[in-house]
Every structure is written in C-alpha cells, then in structure tokens.
Ligand binder design. Structure first.
Ligand SMILES: Cc1ncc(COP(=O)(O)O)c(C=O)c1O
Length: 407
C-alpha cells in the first residue's frame, strides 16, 4: 500500500489553495532569543538569516514568556513531577498544579469555578460540547475567531439554530434574538472580547443588557460568553480584560494563557454547574492529556505577576508604548482603527503594497504579519502590529521611522 494516489490529489488541492491566495507561507524558524540590552528590547534570530529582528507580531503582550520567575516556576514543577502527565485528567492525570491554576484563574476572573484546556481553541469547542442540546440556539458576531465559528458548527444541531450578527451591531444582535425559533429553550450569545485582526472590542455592557432583556423568553435564559483571549491580562485597569474595560459581567469567560500571560493553554470560567458539565461532557477536555505541570506553574506565576504592582507597571509600559506607536502612525497620516488595545492595524488597502511593506520591514529587521484577501475582505488589506511591554521607546521610534521612509 502507498499513499501515492492520495498524495497526488492532495497536491492538486494544495495548488488550488495557492492559486486562491489562501495558502499559508513557509514557516520561519526562530533560532535565537537575544535578551533586551541598553535601549533595545529583545531581538530574535531566524534560521538561515544573520539579521536580528524586533518582533511586532507576538501576542505576548506583557512580555512574560521570558520572565525569570515564570521560567523558574516551570523548572521547579518539572523537577518535582517530570515533563508529562502520563494520563488524561480523569485517569489520575490531575496534578496539584492543574487544580491550583483552575482556582487561580477562577478567582482572577471573579467566577466560582474554572476548567483548563490545552488551548482556548479546544476550550471553545469543549464549551459547545458541554452546554448545547437540540433546543439550544447559538448567536455570534460576524468577525468571531475561527475557534468560535468551529464551536458553533459543533454545537448547532440542527444548523438552522444559529444566528450571526453584523460586527458589533447591537440592532442586528436584537434581530438575531428576535428570530430564535419558538420552542428553543436556551440561547448562547458568544463573541470575541478583542477582535484580533482589528484590535477593537465588543461592547459587552450593551450586549449583556440586551441579552438580559430577552432572558425571560427562554426556559434556560440567554447566556453570554466572551472569548477574551486577546484581552485577558492586557486590557482593563487591572488586566482583567474586556469585561473589566466595559464594566460588564458576562456569564462565561473563555481565554488563553498563551497571549498576555506568555505561556500556553486555555480556560473556561463560569458557575460550578457549567464547569462540572464541562468536566463531564467536553471531549476536548476528557480525552486528551492536560497541560504540562510546567505550563500550569508558569501560568499561575503569570497571573500572580499580572495581579501585582509589577503587573500594573507592565500594563502601564504596554499602554505607553501602544500610545507611542498609535500616535506615530497618526503623525505619518496612516489609517488605523482607534482604541487602546496593543493590536494596532495599519490599513494599507492594497494587496501588493501590503506584501511590499511586510517585505520591506522584514528586510529591515522587523517581523509583522500582513493580512490580505481572503483573510480580510478585498480593500481591507492590513498590516497587524502587536505592541508588547518589552518594546522600548527606541524600538517603536525605529519602526515609525522605517514606515516614514517607505514609499
Ligand atoms: C478569540 C480567540 N480565541 C482563541 C484563540 C486561540 O488561542 P489558543 O492559541 O490558546 O488556542 C485566539 C488566538 O488567536 C483568539 O484570538
């Protein structure tokens, strides 16, 4: 037996993806991390390239990935328990660090309970598997992250039990709620806290208010779910994310430890009954090995730091650098989407120009991501810059100067 025939078919499918412009480029390989020195923030070296790069495409907003206390915590946990759990959670794969992290993140988000996952992606899918039944209707924002779209596909059986509202359009959310079929007992309204391609945020206070006004129409009510993967740790006065920024309390909070917290893994925070349902029903939790104890110990430390004076300073630094970059872009007359989040889009609105600018920045030692059709609609071609707390004044100035020199 060989996979020869399948290989040929797959090659054709891959060629088609390339032709449609949907193929992902070859992955660059980071070979070295160079710690901050003098006026410079950290630099990275790539395999096969002698240059040093500033990374403006990292989600590690608080720059905790290389924090010595996180590395130390991961080290200690590994030396205590080894590198792998040996089994899934319900077959004695639960270690004290898993339990501690769940309690820690539940307290941080002000919810009674939490379950941790290998990623926010699997957390979203796990939630869908846990709280959906045939009388559940799901409603989501048009620009929701792929993991939410996937979760809604998993959960929406039959598939007409689903509504999509225009991005951040509250009148359209009401339309979706009005259109829920009679007989539905449970409505789930799910949305990103921060929309990762744009850096804008969901008006959670408005969403929860609207949902509350429909709650009594359904036996199990209208449940609000925010996936705040890009907000948690990086947004709000104390880093508690978009709910804090909006002064709102959605029913369920999903997030990742893999962005501002600088580690890896996802979580769901909610009531005790929801979390117990997740433990009993979420296949993406039950049938897969958990995070390593090293990841858990590092994530616990990350939350501790985020919730300390040091964390406030990191948030302050992040905000200062974000403002500097946003003002720099504005000074150059560049188009962006305003807001305080460290995801700063530069709207180029042309595919060739976007590729040219990404290449120009790469050739000048700056890593960024260009978003072109079909990732964004034609005409919305964008370069996404992500500011991290470790970026220095000089780093940001340098990038603004480079942008100024590009024509
Ligand atoms: C809203 C949202 N959810 C989930 C994810 C995925 O997070 P993770 O890497 O933990 O699966 C992302 C990241 O890109 C995201 O933006």
């Amino acid at each position: 037996m060989s996979t020869h025939k399948l290989d040929i078919s797959l090659e054709q499918e891959l060629d088609a993806l390339k032709l449609e412009g949907r193929a992902k480029p070859t992955e660059r390989i980071i070979e070295h991390y160079i710690p901050p020195k003098g006026n410079n923030g950290p630099r990275y070296k790539l395999e096969g390239n002698d240059n040093e790069f500033i990374r403006l495409n990292s989600n590690s907003y608080l720059s905790l990935s290389n924090h010595p206390d996180l590395i130390d915590a991961a080290d200690k946990a590994t030396h205590k328990f080894g590198v792998g759990p040996g089994a899934v959670r319900f077959i004695d794969g639960t270690f004290v660090y898993h339990d501690r992290l769940e309690k820690k993140v539940a307290a941080f988000t002000n919810k009674p309970a939490a379950k941790i996952f290998n990623s926010a992606y699997t957390a979203n899918c796990g939630l869908a598997l846990s709280i959906s039944n045939k009388k559940t209707h799901w409603i989501g924002d048009k620009l929701n992250h792929n993991s939410i779209i996937r979760a809604m596909r998993i959960s929406s059986i039959p598939k007409e039990n689903k509504g999509i509202f225009k991005h951040n359009d509250m009148a359209d959310l009401k339309r979706c709620l009005d259109e829920v079929s009679p007989g539905m007992e449970r409505v789930v309204v799910i949305f990103d806290g921060i929309f990762s391609m744009r850096g804008d945020y969901a008006p959670i206070n408005e969403i929860t208010k609207i949902c509350k006004s429909y709650d009594s129409k359904f036996k199990d009510g209208v449940i609000t779910v925010v996936d705040d993967s890009h907000g948690i740790g990086a947004y709000g006065d104390t880093g508690r994310g978009t709910p804090e920024f909006c002064n709102a309390a959605p029913d369920i909070i999903i997030g990742t430890f893999g962005k501002a917290f600088g580690v890896n893994g996802g979580f769901i925070c909610a009531s005790n009954s929801i979390i117990e349902s997740v433990r009993q029903k979420a296949d993406t939790y039950i049938y897969t090995n958990p995070l390593s104890v090293a990841d858990c110990a590092a994530a616990i430390k990350a939350i501790d730091i985020c919730d300390s004076a040091q964390g406030r300073q990191l948030l302050f630094d992040l905000q200062k650098r974000t403002n500097q970059f946003r003002q720099g872009l504005e000074g150059l007359g560049k188009e962006s989407i305003t807001g305080p989040h460290p995801v700063v889009p530069l709207l180029v609105r042309d595919t060739t120009k976007t590729h040219d600018l990404v290449n120009y920045l790469f050739n000048n030692g700056v890593l960024v991501v260009g978003l072109t059709f079909p990732v964004v609609p034609k005409g919305d071609e964008t370069i996404r810059f992500q500011i991290n707390a470790c970026h220095t004044f000089a780093d940001i100035n340098h990038v603004i100067e480079l942008l100024d020199q590009f024509d």
